[in-house]
Structure formats: structure tokens, C-alpha cells
Design a protein around this ligand. Structure first.
Ligand code: EPS
Length: 387
């Protein structure tokens, strides 16, 4: 139903996103969308690029007077840094300077595999597109996805669970409480004690030229049961989330609900028992170990996703590498970088989860306009309540 492509390199003129399949009549408030762009740039440990950019969305198609038309939507995010790279990232052969080629692949980035695959002798031809700069375009797409979910009171909110192995204690806190507190936190978490330790750890890593990864958690609320399907592997919502999230730079693990912990407990301590509330005439659960999905479909409980991201690959104290040209031992190249970008990752994962949910939502309640989709959705809610 809903598809998007992004294009653009980290130091090219801009990033572009084209979204196809968006129905008509949905309001997109640009200020709200740009708030996510701003949130993505924050976080303790972010690098020098964030002082250069002022990421905002420029609308180039598909929206008129603040509403979607039903035609393809194009967003552009300008790279202010482009003015410093016009020669090095020029589209014209006369601007090439072989002396500037990057030939020392950084362990952990796309550098070596990409240079071998695409037969490049300048690794910059790989790293520019592999860069996490591309996530600015993904957040713009996610902002539209959130606008598609908003009329149905479906919210997608994220925060940081841990950085460098230091875990935030969010026990017993509501989604609202965690989110509100994390939005005011430099490490995007609701645990000042953990935040203090993490900030010290980030400073220490920075001083020795190292980097940190971590885990982010995203919770989607207001979902009805039955989004996704059990019938095929590629229609299972969990699988679609896994594919989309593992397609984010630096992601090495995705969990839904208890995740890997489900493998360590007996069924009686995992599966969420079912009750029926006579008052609301709704099926209910007292636990949500499944994280909001059963059999590849939403259960009606909040969707809980956790994503593990590796530490950034550019170390200011570079690791051992090999010069592609001479095959001599060398240190990995140094590119400007963050020490830690996990707070930003929480915003990016929100965007990706919102897109997957919007796509699956439209697949079930699809129509060409908000009015039509609202009609479909209302009918379905009546149906599931009288099931
Ligand atoms: C990023 C932009 C990049 C990096 C970072 C994230 O800009 P630059 O390369 O000009 O500093 O700061 O990406 C990485 C460190 C990476 O390895 O991908 C951004 O906009 O989020």
C-alpha cells in the first residue's frame, strides 16, 4: 500500500524522500513534522554535523493547503554542509581529485564490503550513502506516517533503554510518564541516575576516541487487534517490523515484547492470559509479554519494540585496517562522527515503526480518502467489540 524511497548522500546537496500510496485528506502539520526532525538531531554525544545542520522538511509534491492529495509526496531535506563539499561531492568528472580518495576502510561500516561489491577504489563512494545521515529522510517519512495514524488515536513514542550497557530503570512507569521525562533528557530516558552515569561514560569514551551503542524502545498505543496476518511470512506484522528495523543503519538486533527473554521462561510465565471486561465489552490482558502481537497480528495491546544498535564505526582512535590501494597495514579512516547517537535512534525507530504500522493499517482499512478509511475503521471497531 504505502511505499517510499529515499535518495541522497550525506554531503550531497540534499536528501529526498518520495512516498507513494498515501490517501487524500490527511492533515500534515509541517511544524509537528519538523519537531521530529529537530528531535533527531539532539542527544548527548552527537557530533559536529549537528551544529551545521538545521534539518527541516521542504514539501515538493503531494500536499496542498496542508492536506494530502492522494498523489506521490516528495520531501527534501537540504544539507547545509553541501557548501563545504561542492567539489569533493561534485557530479562532474573535472572536479575529481584522486589524492582525496578514502582508501582505508573503517571496521564496522559499509566501507570494505561496499568497495569490493561496487568495485570502487574510493570508499567515499560507499560511505556517503551508507551514512546515518540518510535517517533524516526516514524521519521525514515517519512524520507523514504518524499523521496517517493520528486520526485513529494511534501514537508511536520512543526513548532510550540503555547506552553502553548502562540500563535505564523505567520499572512501573507509564508510557506517558517515560515519554514526557525522556523528552526532557539529554540521553532521552526517564532515569536521572542512569543518565548521570551514561554522560560520564560518553565523556570518557570521547576522551579515548571510542564510541558507544545502545538499545532504544518504541511503544505504539491505540492499535486495534488484527493488523497484519498469520497467513503468510511476509504478511506477519512482526516480520515486517523486523525487516524495516534491521534495515536501519547500525541495527544488530530487534525484539518484540519480552524478546529473547521469552526463550528463557516456561510458557506459563510468558503467554498473556485472556479476560473479558463486561463493562467495556472488550477482551483484556493483565500482562503484555507478547509486546502487542500474536500470530503476526496486533493483539490490541500496546506494540512494544526494542532495537539494539552497534557503536558508531568511526573511532577517533581508529582500529586496524588495510589500505585498499597498497594492501599495507593501516588504521581505519577518520570521518567526522558522533560518540553516541542512541537518543537520535529512538526518534528514527519511532519513524520506522510508524511507517510499518501505517502501511499495515492502510492494507486493512485502505481507501482513497480519510473519510472512506474512517468509515471502514469505525465498522471494524464495532465488529471486534461484538465478536
Ligand atoms: C549524521 C550525519 C553524519 C554523521 C553521522 C550522523 O554527518 P557527517 O558525516 O558529516 O558528520 O555525523 O553519521 C555517522 C557518524 C555514520 O557513521 O553514519 C546524521 O545526520 O544523523
Amino acid at each position: 500500500m504505502l511505499r517510499f524511497l529515499t535518495a541522497g548522500e550525506s554531503h550531497g546537496p540534499c536528501l529526498t524522500a518520495v512516498i507513494e500510496g498515501c490517501p487524500a485528506g490527511f492533515a500534515l502539520d509541517l511544524a509537528t513534522a519538523n519537531e521530529d526532525m529537530r528531535r533527531r538531531m539532539l542527544g548527548y554525544g552527537r557530533g559536529g554535523r549537528m551544529k551545521i545542520e538545521q534539518d527541516t522538511i521542504e514539501i515538493r509534491s503531494g500536499i496542498r493547503f496542508g492536506e494530502t492529495l492522494g498523489s506521490p509526496i516528495t520531501f527534501v531535506v537540504a544539507n547545509r554542509d553541501w557548501k563545504n563539499w561542492e567539489k569533493k561531492m561534485s557530479a562532474f568528472p573535472e572536479d575529481r581529485d584522486p589524492a582525496l580518495a578514502v582508501t582505508r576502510p573503517r571496521p564496522g561500516h559499509a566501507d570494505l564490503a561496499g568497495a569490493l561489491k561496487y568495485h570502487h577504489d574510493d570508499v567515499r563512494n560507499i560511505l556517503e550513502r551508507a551514512s546515518a545521515r540518510e535517517t533524516a529522510a526516514r524521519v521525514a517519512v515517519g512524520a507523514l506516517a504518524k499523521a496517517l495514524l493520528a486520526p485513529f488515536d494511534i501514537q508511536v513514542r520512543g526513548w532510550v533503554s540503555e547506552i553502553g550497557g548502562i540500563v535505564a530503570d523505567h520499572t512501573g512507569k507509564s508510557v506517558d510518564a517515560i515519554f514526557e521525562a525522556s523528552e526532557r533528557s539529554e540521553t532521552r530516558m526517564a532515569d536521572p541516575e542512569a543518565e548521570k552515569k551514561i554522560i560520564t561514560y560518553i565523556d570518557e569514551c570521547k576522551s579515548r576516541g571510542d564510541t558507544l551503542g545502545g538499545v532504544v524502545e518504541v511503544v505504539a498505543t491505540g492499535l486495534p487487534p488484527g493488523i497484519g496476518s498469520h497467513v503468510h511470512w511476509d504478511r506477519k506484522l512482526d516480520g515486517r517490523l523486523g525487516h524495516a528495523l534491521l534495515g536501519l543503519q547500525a541495527v544488530k538486533g530487534v525484539e518484540i515484547g519480552l524478546g529473547f527473554e521469552t526463550a528463557r521462561r516456561p510458557g506459563s510465565q510468558v503467554h498473556d492470559e485472556i479476560y473479558f471486561d463486561e463493562g467495556t465489552q472488550a477482551f483484556t490482558r493483565k500482562t503484555n509479554n507478547a509486546g502487542g502481537t500474536e500470530g503476526g497480528m496486533t493483539s490490541g495491546a500496546p506494540l512494544v519494540v526494542r532495537v539494539a544498535l552497534k557503536p558508531l564505526s568511526t573511532l577517533m582512535k581508529p582500529l586496524h585496517s588495510v589500505d585498499l590501494k597498497t594492501k599495507a597495514e593501516a588504521k581505519g579512516a577518520i570521518e567526522r562522527s558522533d560518540v553516541c547517537a542512541i537518543p537520535a535512534a529512538a526518534v528514527i525507530v519511532e519513524a520506522i515503526v510508524a511507517f510499518v504500522l501505517a502501511d499495515a493499517f492502510l492494507e486493512k482499512f485502505g481507501g482513497d480518502s480519510l473519510v472512506e478509511i474512517e468509515r471502514n475503521y469505525k465498522g471494524y471497531l464495532k465488529q471486534v467489540q461484538t465478536a
